[in-house]
Each structure stands twice: as structure tokens, then as C-alpha cells.
Design a protein around this ligand. Structure first.
Ligand SMILES: [Fe+2]
Length: 333
């Protein structure tokens, strides 16, 4: 087992509490998308808060191990995300949702995976060569999750169901990239427009009008350091200033240099700060026989501020999906 510095190992007793709690909720008919008020036992909620913390502010990542040890096997990897919400995945999906909710407000998107709160990331034949999570044959290049949208996640959680060939996630922090202050300042100019990626078929089509494109900063500042909003595969640079182009290209090379591979071993929860780090994946060859790599993904909005100007963006019409109105999980202190 590879153990990174940014790794927390869960107490087996907390894992047992989570496993039993999620199984009980599943038996009672709860789902990850609809969780009844106060359904999560308070002792479980409190225990989870002792093991979960925000990703490291420098590296932008944290791996939590052992927390899913008492969940049932969700069965073979489905052929498509739409086939992945079954009885056998219900308890695991509930557990992932409960864990994510200790870090902030979980949400989905109207135009992605039917608005579900727990996404399934698995290789799909028609997406093999696309720049989306369902790809496989091509490297998934560096990107901020949902970079096109002002309400994108602050933290991204990936839970590994299985990964037979050890295909890790690549993670790179803008705070470890070693860019000069001058380069960072150039990248703060709102000179790059980011379009929705191909996992949003409707939004992608609506974003093709060049006149409607609006530039945004690639780098912005928070109290604890530079932050990044980056998805070059879906970006149009709106300036011909060579200094911007050089800085933008150097950013890509710098991320390549400082990037790390997070192993994604079965049961691992990988937390990525979507404002500090970008992520990607090396290519792999799927078998489509039920044994392929399978991750669960949850989008989380912690209580934090982004630049006020982002609130004026329209997000290409893409709307967030909140948890069921019946749920009070996200409002717990
Ligand atoms: Fe991603």
C-alpha cells in the first residue's frame, strides 16, 4: 500500500459506525439523493468530524483510508453511469453522501447525470477519447472540476470502489507550481473563457457563440494563497498578448512538473480542493466486463468566499441541484 503524506487513516470503529448507519438507512428506504431529516445518527456525524478535515491548503489534497471498510460490495462495474443506481449501491452511496456532507453542502447539476448527488465515474465506450471522467484511452488533462461555472465545487470527493490496474488520479497544486509573482499577476487577467465540458451535452452546445464568451481570471487570490480556475481543453484565450500566452503555457508545464499521482486504492476517499489544485488521469484500457475502475464522485461547497465578480456569471445556464428539501444534514454546524 502506498501511503502519501496527505493521508488520514480512519479508526475502524468509525468505519463500523458508518457502515452500520448507511446499511440501516438503506434498509429504511433512504437514498443518497433523499435523506430524511436528522436521519444520520448524531454519534456517527460527530465521529466523522474527528477524521475528516479540509484538504491540505498547500497541496490541495487529502486521502482518507479505511472509512468504507464496512460497506457492502456494490456489485460489478456498470457499463454506464445511468445503470449505477441499484439496490446494491444504495448503502455505499448513502455512506459517501453522509461523509461528504460533513465537509459542506453537497450538490449536483441539472445537466449532469440526471441531477444526482453521487456521480459514477466509470469508463464508457462512447466517451473513450473525450476529455470527461468517463474517458479511458486518452489522458484526462489537468482541470478544475466544472471550471466553467461560478458555483463549481470547492471540494471534490472521489471514493474508489475498484481500480484493478491501479489507475491513479493526478493532482497538482497551483501553490506548488513555482510560478513567479509576475506570471501569477498576468494570469489574474480575465483573458480566458472556459466552456462547459462534454459531460454537459446541452450546456456545451449553448456555449458555442463566440460573441457570448466572457473572459475570467485563471488565477485569483484568497487569504491563504493563489487559487486556480483552469480547464485548457475547453478554454478559448481571448487575448493575443504573448505575455499571457507564455504564462498560460508555463502554468501547464509547471503543473506537469509538480503533479502527483494519488493511488485510488479501493476504499480510498480522495478529497481535492478545487480552488487550489487541478486534477487529471493517465490513460488506461478498460475491459467492459464488470471489473473496470469505478469511482463515486461528490461535489461539495464548503463555507468559503470566491471573488464577488463571479456572481455575475451565468454559468451557461447550468443550474445546481440541492439535496432534498427534507434533508437537514448540510445545516448542521
Ligand atoms: Fe474532473
Amino acid at each position: 500500500m502506498t501511503v502519501l503524506a496527505d493521508t488520514a487513516v480512519a479508526d475502524p470503529e468509525i468505519a463500523r459506525l458508518l457502515g452500520e448507519g448507511a446499511r440501516a438507512l438503506a434498509r429504511d428506504g433512504a437514498t443518497a439523493d433523499e435523506l430524511s431529516p436528522l436521519a444520520v445518527p448524531p454519534d456517527l456525524d460527530q465521529a466523522l468530524r474527528t477524521v475528516l478535515r479540509a484538504p491540505d491548503p498547500l497541496t490541495g489534497r487529502l486521502v482518507v483510508r479505511g472509512l468504507l471498510a464496512f460497506l457492502p460490495d456494490p456489485g460489478p462495474t456498470p457499463a454506464h453511469w445511468s445503470d449505477a443506481r441499484t439496490e446494491s449501491t444504495r448503502a455505499l452511496d448513502l455512506a459517501v453522501r453522509i461523509v461528504a456532507s460533513t465537509l459542506g453542502r453537497v450538490f449536483g447539476w441539472t445537466g449532469q447525470q440526471e441531477g444526482r448527488l453521487v456521480h459514477n465515474i466509470l469508463p464508457t465506450r462512447e466517451a473513450e477519447h473525450q476529455q470527461v471522467g468517463a474517458s479511458s484511452a486518452v489522458p484526462l488533462y489537468w482541470h478544475s472540476e466544472d471550471a466553467f461555472h461560478p458555483e463549481r465545487a470547492g471540494v471534490l470527493m472521489l471514493a474508489c470502489v475498484r481500480n484493478p490496474t491501479g489507475v491513479g488520479s493526478r493532482v497538482a497544486s497551483v501553490r506548488e507550481a513555482g510560478l513567479t509573482e509576475r506570471q501569477l499577476r498576468v494570469l489574474e487577467r480575465p483573458d480566458a473563457a472556459i466552456l462547459p465540458d462534454d459531460s454537459y451535452p446541452e450546456a456545451s452546445r449553448s456555449g458555442q457563440d463566440p460573441a457570448a464568451l466572457r473572459g475570467i481570471p485563471t488565477v485569483w487570490r484568497s487569504d491563504d494563497g493563489p487559487c486556480i480556475r483552469y480547464d485548457p481543453s475547453y478554454t478559448r484565450v481571448l487575448t493575443d498578448d504573448p505575455e499571457f500566452s507564455r504564462a498560460y503555457e508555463e502554468l501547464g508545464r509547471a503543473l506537469d512538473r509538480c503533479g502527483t499521482t494519488v493511488p485510488n486504492e479501493p476504499g480510498d476517499l480522495t478529497l481535492i480542493d478545487n480552488d487550489v489544485a487541478v486534477h487529471g488521469r493517465v490513460p488506461f484500457r478498460p475491459r467492459y466486463d464488470g471489473t473496470d475502475r469505478w469511482l463515486k464522485r461528490v461535489l461539495i461547497r464548503p463555507n468559503r468566499q470566491r471573488p464577488a465578480v463571479e456572481s455575475t456569471e451565468d454559468g451557461f445556464g447550468q443550474q445546481t441541484v440541492a439535496p432534498s428539501a427534507n434533508s437537514t444534514l448540510e445545516t448542521r454546524p
